[in-house]
Design a protein around this ligand. Structure first.
Ligand SMILES: Nc1ncnc2c1ncn2[C@@H]1O[C@H](COP(=O)(O)OP(=O)(O)OP(=O)(O)O)[C@@H](O)[C@H]1O
Ligand SMILES: [Mg+2]
Length: 286
């Protein structure tokens, strides 16, 4: 009896904790969508005016060139230096403005609240494409870095009903983190370490329905219990400013649990690696 009550109390505490977490996420989601929307317009102004200023500067440079014979050599050189600096500054404003816009798009996409459509999807093909998309995006920034990708995707899987744009984003988010963490570990381990990411798909079919399981495993840094507890919260990141917004995993959580009514499991150990598993109930496409 006493044990029952203790168990019940524990369960109530757990549910209260979950509820609190969900409330926090919901209000943050709404708030961030509102702020993101409001910031988008002034940011677009910043970007467009800096683009226009680059064009004006080109015109100005042409006029200066036409008047070159009226200027001393020093003045001409100064003018050239100043306009080159101005152009560089304007390009930086544009670049960073565009980065801010892309963060905001991420927030808006996350909190848009609209449900995507379930479509017959070749998930094997989709997973394969997005794993390599993430790999190539990482390689675009650092050509010298290699990762061993292990794919275990059964052939001849039937198409299943999922929201393809959401599922691909979830795979991409997990893959991006996996690429980041194996790279981080490679920088520390130096010799003998082979950065490896494995993706495994499985479909257990039961008549017209089934369970789709996607496991993505990396041998990166792994996570402490404290980090694992926070990873699905909006804006939780351990990455340096500018490298992470802390939205990837909360978006993924949303996609798997809310949009696909599935489960997102996480197992992780520091200095060993991490596995994310998506377990999704699916209808087999007709
Ligand atoms: N595979 C992983 N290995 C180790 N740590 C991870 C892994 N995936 C996520 N994390 C930790 O969880 C944090 C949150 O991840 P999340 O993807 O939500 O945000 P982010 O990667 O920091 O930023 P972004 O919004 O750009 O994805 C990361 O900053 C990192 O500390
Ligand atoms: Mg991420």
């Amino acid at each position: 009896m006493e044990q029952d009550i203790a168990g019940l109390k524990q369960q109530v505490e757990y549910l209260q904790h979950q509820l609190h977490k969900q409330e926090k996420m919901a209000s943050l989601g709404l708030l961030s969508a509102g702020i993101a929307h409001e910031i988008q317009n002034p940011l677009n102004f910043v970007i467009n005016f800096s683009k226009m200023s680059v064009k004006l500067l080109d015109d100005l440079q042409e006029i200066v060139e036409d008047c070159a014979d009226k200027l001393s050599e020093d003045d001409a050189a100064d003018l050239e230096d100043i306009s080159a600096d101005l152009k560089e500054n304007l390009t930086k404003i544009q670049e960073h403005g565009e980065r801010a816009i892309s963060i905001i798009r991420g927030i808006l996409l996350h909190s848009r609240g609209k449900a995507g459509e379930f479509l017959p999807t070749d998930v094997g093909q989709l997973a394969h494409e997005y794993v390599w998309l993430s790999y190539h995006a990482m390689r675009a920034n650092d050509k010298s870095f290699n990762i061993t990708i292990q794919e275990d995707i059964p052939e001849g899987m039937p198409k299943v009903m999922v929201i393809p744009q959401d599922l691909s984003r979830a795979i991409l988010n997990v893959m991006n983190n996996a690429c980041y963490t194996v790279k981080e570990r490679a920088a520390q381990e130096k010799e003998g370490y082979v950065p490896t990411i494995a993706i495994k798909l499985d479909l257990q079919q039961n008549g017209a329905e089934g369970t789709l399981r996607i496991d993505i495993t990396d041998n990166g840094m792994g996570m402490t219990k404290e980090i694992q507890d926070k990873i699905f919260e909006n804006f939780f990141t351990t990455k340096p400013a500018g490298q992470g917004t802390g939205l990837g995993m909360s978006i993924t959580y949303d996609i798997i649990t809310n949009n696909h009514h599935g489960e997102l499991l996480l197992t992780s150990e520091p200095n060993v690696g991490t596995t994310f598993s998506f377990i999704i109930p699916v209808k087999i496409a007709k």
